[in-house]
Design a binder for this molecule. Sequence first.
Ligand SMILES: [Zn+2]
Length: 202
Amino acid sequence: MSYSVMNHRLCLGGRPAAFRQSPHGGRPLKPRFLVLHYTAGLSVRSAVDWFLDPRARASAHLVLGRQGEVTQMMPLDRTCWHCGTSEWQGLSGLNGHSLGIEIVNAGKLARGAGGGWRTWTGEVVPDGEVVVARHRHESSEAGWHAYPAGQIDTVVAIGKALHAAYGFGAVLGHEEIAPRRKIDPGPAFPLAEVAARILGRG
Ligand SMILES: [Zn+2]
C-alpha cells in the first residue's frame, strides 16, 4: 500500500483514509516532529470512540490498528492533544509542534491469577503476543504487548509519507518527551529503528 499526503489528509493509493473529526485540538500547526504512542487498548474502535468523546480532552492525528488499518482524526495542519506536558531539547508543549500517531497496543501487561497475561482492563493477551522486557524508565522487567511486524512496517510507511510532506526534525516516543509521566510506546516497540527508517537514516 502506498501512502501520500494531499491537502493535509493521509491517502492510501491516492484515496483519503477514513476520517473522523475529533473535537479536541484544531489550532493551526506546522509539524516539526512525529510523536508515537500506544493506545493502551486492543481495538481501533475503542481508541477512535474515546477521541470523539467530549470528556476525553485527548486526540491524535492518526489511529493505527493491529492489521495496519488507519483512521485520521484531524487535518495534518491542525493541532491534536496527544503530548500533554512535554519537552524536547528546550522546546516545551509538543502538541503545538507535532503530529501524533496512536498505535493500537495494550502496552504494559499484568500477570493474571492463572498465570496468563492481562491488559490493565483485565482482557487476556495470549503468551505469543507478549514481550518480556525492561522499560528504559524502569528498574525491572515486565510483560508488554507485542507489535505485529506488519503494524510496525505501516508506521514506517505512513511516517515516510508524513516526513515527505512536512520534513520532521525527529521522530519521538511519548516516553521521550514526557519521561516522568509516560511509558509509551514502550520497550516492545523498536523506536530507534523506526525513527531511522522514517527519516531515511537507517
Ligand atoms: Zn502517549
